[in-house]
Design a protein around this ligand. Structure first.
Ligand code: GLN
Length: 235
């Protein structure tokens, strides 16, 4: 285990904070601290430079206008892109999966360039996808069903370099069939909730990628009960 502090960049929470996805950074920090791994959250707000030295980058969801401003900032200050070339771990949620791709076309039909971090494009769907989601892990990447809440107009098409994160059982995800994307150490999902409190196995996968060590089990009955309740509500 590394003695140094794992730095979790909370990317543009002032723009991409609409859906409470900062909770993903809190869960990563807590699950490491509880195991004796030093971790801290580094908020990066709009207008600030984006460091390339963090270990994990967490990007949340937001409205079309907010995500357009966010991608403009992240293209002008390409610290996250540099961090990816140095093997940083990245979590992108909803607007995150859209801005990480090659391009995204908004509900107003305007297409914007993305950050080119994953092999995908996004476009506006005919209707807004809102509600509980259940999805089965793809490629045995993690254990247990994925639970979350989606609220998005966009739909995402993956290219061959990006693998799906999961297969949709209830809800829409990327396109009604697959959910999320994994490319290298970049993991994306449409799911809020936020996704990591609801799916601690996913949080531990990101921690394993960041620390190089499989984290010790954590028994948190309240988390298991909340997860079971949300899965039942969606079934
Ligand atoms: N603005 C995007 C959409 O509606 C992303 C929404 C979100 O992040 N929940 O598709």
């Amino acid at each position: 285990m590394s003695e140094s502090t794992i730095q979790i960049a909370l990317v543009l929470p002032d723009l991409l904070g609409t859906y409470g996805d900062f909770g993903n950074a809190v869960v990563l920090e807590k699950r490491m601290t509880w195991r004796g791994i030093k971790a801290e959250i580094v908020p990066i707000n709009y207008g600030q430079p984006v460091p390339d030295s963090c270990d994990i980058y967490v990007v949340g969801g937001g409205e079309d206008t907010a995500q357009t401003l966010a991608v403009k900032h992240l293209r002008e200050h390409p610290g996250l892109q540099r961090a990816v070339t140095k093997n940083a771990v990245v979590l992108g949620v909803c607007a995150g999966i859209q801005i990480f791709g090659e391009s995204f076309t908004r509900a107003d039909n305007i297409t914007h360039p993305g950050m080119g971090l994953i092999d995908s494009t996004s476009h506006a769907g005919g209707s807004r996808a809102i509600g509980e989601v259940l999805a089965e892990p793809a490629n045995g990447l993690f254990e247990g069903v994925l639970t979350g809440f989606e609220n998005h107009q966009g739909r995402t098409v993956l290219g061959p370099a990006a693998r799906p994160l999961a297969h949709v059982k209830v809800g829409t995800g990327n396109d009604g069939s697959v959910e999320g994307a994994v490319q290298g150490r970049i993991l994306c999902t449409y799911l809020h909730g936020p996704v990591l409190p609801r799916n601690p196995q996913l949080a531990d996968l990101l921690i394993e990628w960041a620390t190089g060590t499989k984290p010790a089990p954590l028994d948190l009955p309240a988390v298991s009960a909340m997860r079971a309740e949300r899965v039942k509500a969606a079934s």
